[in-house]
Design a binder for this molecule. Structure first.
Ligand SMILES: [Zn+2]
Length: 120
């Protein structure tokens, strides 16, 4: 992921705090590497307190969507059971309060295992 994209996510997370923010991640697979190329604002998203919800039935069949990113205003960087149950795509990225830099971001697979996350 490019630095500017991470900045955009952190900035939006700060702006919506203490509500959660959420984006879809568009990108490409290169073998076991996923390159995120674009942030997509999901249709009819609800930015809630303690949840950010996408009505998934409204999403287009779009295989360029590789995952999602959302914020944890609690400061906890781990995915919740609900996050893993509502897993969309291949990766789940979480940014945690106070959303300062890449140390407040983590990426997981659908099993909740932490993946290597690189800013380029
Ligand atoms: Zn979550």
């Amino acid at each position: 992921m490019r630095k500017e994209m991470l900045e955009a996510i952190l900035c939006q997370a700060r702006r919506l705090h203490p509500r959660e923010t959420i984006f879809l991640l568009r990108g490409k697979m290169h073998g076991s590497i996923i390159e995120i190329s674009e942030l997509v604002v999901p249709p009819l998203v609800t930015y809630g307190y303690g949840f950010a919800n996408i009505p998934t039935y409204l999403l287009p069949m779009d295989f360029s969507i590789v995952g999602t990113v959302h914020s944890h205003p609690s400061g906890n960087l781990s995915p919740s059971p609900a996050d893993l149950n509502n897993f969309l795509g291949r990766i789940l990225m979480i940014v945690a309060y106070p959303y300062k830099n890449s140390e407040y971001a983590a990426v997981y697979n659908c099993k909740g295992e932490k993946l290597t996350f690189k800013i380029v």
